[in-house]
Design a protein around this ligand. Structure first.
Ligand SMILES: NC(=O)C1=CN([C@@H]2O[C@H](COP(=O)(O)OP(=O)(O)OC[C@H]3O[C@@H](n4cnc5c(N)ncnc54)[C@H](OP(=O)(O)O)[C@@H]3O)[C@@H](O)[C@H]2O)[C@@H](O)CC1
Ligand SMILES: [K+]
Length: 555
């Protein structure tokens, strides 16, 4: 069964189609602080030392990451109550970490805060997270077993977290990728999932997965790969993916990936070095590409055993890496379109014709003409507007009375021809000042105003109509992404409307992950080589249909 799921996802039931999320995580707070302030934070508290000595720099670093990251972590990775004079002082520092992060976030209300808890291996401060060799000298109770010490260590830290103001705690687990493989995990109730979690026989990815998920005790929320070289990342993600499909988990976990900066540690000079023949910017680009490639294994797979991926880095990662990672993830989506029209041999005209037909078919499927006779097609100035013109023609042929709002005609000759065709299909043109009246008369709306190239706030002549759609109770079917939604972040601050239904073209866009209405996929034109190149996992289109319904995304 596992093999079928892996290699022939096309045969999976379409009800299992789901879009995994991508969230970018800040990373390397320590390294960024060092870079900005030339500060040596090489104490046992590591970056958390800055909470005591340089709180302003902590807030400054958070603010820098927030420009590019979706999630910021408190500066508490190596915060340990043992390094403070009392538990009260430890709690005070932890509270300060939360306050500093929240203060930096006040201009980013849609971003998330996670409380960082580094694993036991890191807290030992002897590089165990890199070598896999854990210090057998235990700090808490020398007579106890390793497991007992790990448990005690985490319980004490969780007591501090519990004392910190109410927080959604995002617990960060680590698996070293170098044999012997060990995982450090924390469990909120202090119960370890099984004795073999730290056993030396736990030496393959399969062992790790069996151990972590075989018990499925409290439902593992996330599993992570940390402190590995970026070049190993995609292989590790694939191995986790293969292993996890064996389990029928009631709740899909997220995967966090946080490789290091790809530098090598020179034991003689005791410093980090670039591989010879690479310069710094080349190294950053390469790092971002490798992490984006690993993330794509999950986000392009609608049958992924993970509900999403959280991508970032760890040691020797700075804000610049995270900025490049964000760009590398977006570039993959654009490349897909270029591929279809480049090597794929399609013309834009062909794709637009098929996209428009899929739009009309979605309206007809959900709001048939015998119940929803009058359809208002709102078409924008870009290629999505062209999809709308094609759809208006088909809708007219399907028996609808079509009204067209198309206030900013395209300069593209082909799109102008599409416009001209509509003169012969009894399509009624609507001027901007009549938009609200037309909306009122209509029984359904096809929103083909803006697609994935929309940026900023809607400008005239589309601002008024978007506001009118927001106030309207008419059912709206949006093409590709609801208009005026950010292609990655969605309906930021609820500025735009939420349609009743969405037709995603080719594959759902990141910004639609919060959409819970009726969701269809269209764009039945993707050749196999593009599927293989981008690891796309597409559902089966039934019969000759141009569209297939996919369940609401579940996050
Ligand atoms: N993937 C596929 O296979 C296929 C994709 N297809 C479709 O193409 C769509 C992407 O098309 P696209 O790139 O032309 O951009 P799209 O989003 O229609 O419009 C951008 C226009 O809006 C404007 N504009 C931007 N911001 C604005 C603002 N704030 N306020 C006001 N205006 C603003 C901007 O104008 P500008 O300001 O740059 O002059 C620009 O002209 C995609 O979503 C899908 O539906 C199919 O046709 C073929 C197969
Ligand atoms: K749209």
């Amino acid at each position: 069964m596992a093999a079928e799921v892996l290699t022939h996802y096309y045969f999976k039931s379409t009800t299992e189609f789901e879009t995994p999320t991508l969230e970018i995580l800040d990373s390397g707070t320590f390294t960024q602080q060092e870079e900005d302030h030339g500060r040596c934070l090489n104490s046992r508290l590591w970056s958390a030392a800055a909470l005591l000595h340089a709180p302003d720099s902590v807030e400054e670093v958070h603010a820098k990451y927030l420009v590019h990251a979706d999630i910021v972590e408190t500066c508490t990775y190596q915060h340990r109550e043992k390094e403070f004079q009392s538990v009260e002082l430890a709690v005070e520092a932890a509270n300060k970490a939360v306050t500093l992060a929240r203060s930096a976030m006040h201009t980013h209300p849609n971003k998330f805060l996670a409380y960082a808890l580094g694993p036991y291996a890191v807290a030992q401060a002897v590089g165990s997270e890199y070598t896999g060799r854990h210090n057998q000298q235990h700090e808490h109770n020398h007579g106890s077993s390793y497991n007992e010490n790990v448990k005690l260590f985490h319980l004490r830290r969780l007591q501090v977290v519990k004392a910190v103001a109410t927080l959604t705690v995002c617990i960060r687990g680590t698996s070293g990728s170098i044999a012997p493989l060990r995982i450090s995990l924390v469990f909120p109730d202090g119960t370890l999932p099984g004795a073999n979690i730290f056993s030396e026989s736990c030496s393959t990815m399969e062992d790790v997965i069996d151990t972590v998920f075989g018990y499925d005790i409290a439902g593992v929320a996330a599993v992570g790969i940390n402190c590995t070289k970026p070049r190993y990342l995609q292989g590790l993600v694939r191995a986790l993916d293969v292993g996890l499909r064996k389990f029928n988990l009631t709740r899909k976990p997220k995967l966090t990936i946080q490789p290091d900066g790809g530098l090598s540690y020179n034991a003689q000079t005791r410093g980090w070095e670039l591989p010879s023949s690479t310069d710094d910017s080349e190294q950053v680009e390469k790092w971002a590409r490798l992490v984006a490639d690993a993330a794509a294994v999950v986000i392009n797979d609608t049958t992924s055993p993970f509900s999403g991926i959280v991508a970032g880095g760890c040691f020797k990662i700075v804000v610049h890496h995270i900025e490049r990672l964000r760009n590398a993830c977006s570039a993959r989506a654009q490349n897909l379109d270029q591929d279809l029209m480049g090597e794929g041999g399609y013309t834009l005209e062909q794709l637009m014709e098929l996209a428009g037909l899929a739009c009309a078919q979605t309206v007809q499927r959900l709001y048939p003409s015998h119940t929803h006779k009058q359809v208002l097609v709102a078409a924008g100035p870009g290629n999505q507007g062209g999809d709308g013109l094609v759809a208006a023609r088909h809708l007219s042929l399907f028996g609808y009375k079509a009204l067209l709002f198309y206030p900013k005609p395209s300069k593209n000759q082909f799109v102008q021809q599409l416009d001209k065709q509509l003169d012969h299909f009894s399509v009624q043109r609507i001027q901007a000042e009549d938009f609200e009246g037309a909306l009122h008369q209509s029984t359904v709306v096809l929103d083909a105003i803006f697609g994935f190239s929309f940026k900023g706030d809607p400008r005239p002549p589309f601002d008024g109509p978007i506001a009118a759609l927001k106030d309207s109770d008419r059912p709206i079917v949006s093409v590709d992404i609801p208009s005026a939604w950010d292609v990655e972040k969605g309906n930021v601050n609820g500025k735009s409307f939420t349609p009743a239904a969405l037709l995603s073209l080719t594959a759902p866009k990141l910004g639609t992950r919060s959409f819970t209405g009726t969701h269809y996929l269209g764009g039945r034109f993707v050749p196999q080589y593009v599927v293989d190149k981008y690891d796309l996992q597409l559902p089966v289109y039934p019969g000759a249909d141009q569209i297939v319904e996919i369940p609401p995304t579940s996050f």
